[in-house]
Design a protein around this ligand. Structure first.
Ligand code: PNS
Length: 161
């Protein structure tokens, strides 16, 4: 039988407990989930792709059905390359919806064989984003419980003054 495979794409700069929540729930629906880190040309990232990959791999080491990868260019091309049909995205609030709806619609226009499924972020994580995590950490605030331990440690190193 064909294995159910999904791609969970994002910038993951850095991965948060909100991402991990979506990933864990995605594993209930799919046999394998590929966490696909985008080389995002528009966004200036705090972490390199290698650093992001390392933090994600350490955070998901208990999940044997998770693969961590990165891609350049269009998501639809990557999804085709790995022979997947489904993309998972998390939705935190209405404000996420417009951007996500546009992106999913464009992706479907580019690849009719692909669909995006959305999962509502758990109530404990809806206020977390990589951007706010970085901002809090940059001013020395605590992000304990909001990101994996390894991310907490790496943020401390980045913002060491
Ligand atoms: O974590 P993010 O930054 O919200 O993730 C956005 C991401 C990486 C999924 C999106 O920017 C993306 O798919 N980039 C790859 C380029 C692409 O396919 N762009 C067309 C989308 S309409």
């Amino acid at each position: 039988m064909r294995k159910r495979l999904a791609v969970y794409p994002g910038s993951f700069d850095p991965i948060t407990n909100g991402h991990l929540d979506i990933l864990t729930r995605g594993l209930e629906l799919f046999d394998t989930v590929i966490v696909a880190i985008a080389h995002n040309i528009e966004k200036k990232a705090l972490f390199t792709i290698e650093e992001k990959k390392d933090m994600i791999m350490r955070s998901v080491k208990d999940h044997l059905r998770v693969k961590v990868d990165s891609f350049e260019g269009l998501l639809v091309d990557y999804v085709k390359r790995v022979d997947a049909k489904t993309v998972i995205r998390g939705l935190r609030a209405m404000s996420d919806f417009e951007y996500e709806f546009q992106m999913a619609s464009m992706n479907r226009e580019l690849n009719r064989g692909m669909d995006t499924i959305f999962m509502m972020t758990s109530k404990d994580y809806f206020f977390i984003s990589s951007r706010t995590i970085k901002e809090v950490a940059s001013f020395g605030g605590s992000v304990a419980g909001l990101v994996p331990d390894i991310v907490q440690q790496k943020l401390k190193e980045k913002f060491k003054r």
